[in-house]
Design a protein around this ligand. Structure first.
Ligand SMILES: NC(=O)c1ccc[n+]([C@@H]2O[C@H](COP(=O)([O-])OP(=O)(O)OC[C@H]3O[C@@H](n4cnc5c(N)ncnc54)[C@H](OP(=O)(O)O)[C@@H]3O)[C@@H](O)[C@H]2O)c1
Length: 327
């Protein structure tokens, strides 16, 4: 199969398109081999390639957790899918047998049936960011209809999905973004969009939930929460250098796994660590099918242009998602 591999850590250009990479082989009864039509780029891919995330690479490490495609073959125990079905999913993306390739293996419970009416590129943009937002807002924060939520980073991959999910759950949504992206966030469902650079969101009070998709706004956000409010971040330590370990301990913040713990004046704080989940993806598929959520694809590039896609991701200025098409 054709695949983009990362032979060693380095800049985007280290990635190489291989024309004759060995095909993955089903070895377990619950595995599904998917012919990938599109995958998407997530910041984690650039952290693994660039070494920000110091983890061992396979010799032919293939990045990419997201895929939309068709089922090519199934293991003996697979019940929910058959050859030819159109599926999308998030696979365990750390181990290096990812989806920047024509074929990728998934566990049956990592996949969902692809809803009709959406392109492969649109569906490939969804699983990682959609599940991150779902696990942050639903599983961790327990966001309820009528509650007020602030979403930091509203125009990014996670943020643009989170605004729409929070609206679909019946919450009253505010978001932060740079002024150029304010209108986009309003179109996605934010009633109010605030500029993070001028810190104008600090005037919000009594919020039920803050979802910090950037991971940089812990100190500013905790005082905005009502008693019993919940802060969820996409980063365990936060990207904010002021959130030193000492600071975090002083504020009583203890993040253990993805559980929301540690009182902070009656509020709680925690971090999401997204996990593949086909059942939750089925719920997301319903929201896509009924139009409550629409994918936001900033750009689609061919697989061979993975390096350009990584440079775009590293700009930190992408509105929505970067997709790699594998026709
Ligand atoms: N823990 C997990 O399981 C998990 C899962 C998914 C993602 N993440 C992490 O979450 C972060 C966001 O992921 P993503 O896919 O949404 O990234 P992304 O799409 O690359 O985010 C780009 C957006 O970030 C906004 N932005 C950049 N710097 C900002 C700042 N200082 N303050 C506010 N907004 C800022 C930009 O908005 P403007 O152009 O309007 O400034 C842009 O729209 C990444 O660090 C990623 O690694 C973690």
């Amino acid at each position: 199969m054709r695949a983009v591999v990362v032979p060693r850590r380095g800049p985007p250009e280290v990635m190489k398109l291989i024309e004759d990479h060995p095909d993955p082989v089903i070895r377990r009864p619950d595995e599904v081999l998917v012919r990938v039509r599109a995958t998407s780029v997530n910041p984690i891919d650039t952290y693994v390639r660039g070494g920000v995330l110091p983890m061992p690479l396979r010799r032919d490490h293939i990045l990419g957790g997201d895929a939309c495609g068709t089922v090519e073959a199934v293991g003996a125990g697979v019940r929910r899918f058959a050859v030819g079905d159109r599926v999308f999913g998030l696979r365990d993306y750390i181990k290096g047998q990812g989806c920047y390739a024509e074929l990728a293996l998934f566990r049956e419970d990592e996949l969902a049936a692809a809803p009709a009416g959406l392109s492969d590129e649109e569906l490939a943009s969804i699983p990682l960011v959609g599940l991150t937002a779902y696990q942050a807002l639903v599983d961790l924060a327990g966001l309820q209809a009528g509650e007020r939520v602030l979403i930091h980073g509203g125009s990014g991959g996670v943020g643009s999905f989170a605004i729409q999910l929070a609206r679909a759950l019946g919450a009253d949504v505010s978001a932060t973004a740079s002024p150029a992206n304010a209108e986009l966030c309003r179109e996605l469902g934010a009633a109010e969009v605030l500029d993070y650079k001028t810190h104008e969101y600090r005037r919000l009070q009594g919020l039920d939930v803050v979802f910090d998709t950037i991971g940089a706004y812990y100190l500013e956000s905790m005082p905005l929460l009502r008693r019993g409010g919940r802060y969820v971040s996409t980063t365990v330590m936060g990207n904010d250098e002021r959130v030193s370990l000492v600071n975090m301990l002083r504020h009583g913040m203890r993040m253990i796994g993805s559980a929301l713990r540690a009182p902070f004046g009656g509020t709680r704080a925690g971090a999401v660590r997204v996990k593949p989940n086909g059942a939750e993806l089925e719920k997301i598929a319903e929201l896509l099918a009924n139009g409550a959520i629409r994918p936001l694809v900033a750009v689609t590039l061919p697989l061979a242009e993975a390096a350009a896609a990584h440079r775009q991701s590293e700009s930190k200025r992408t509105r929505g998602k970067i997709v790699l098409a594998i026709p």
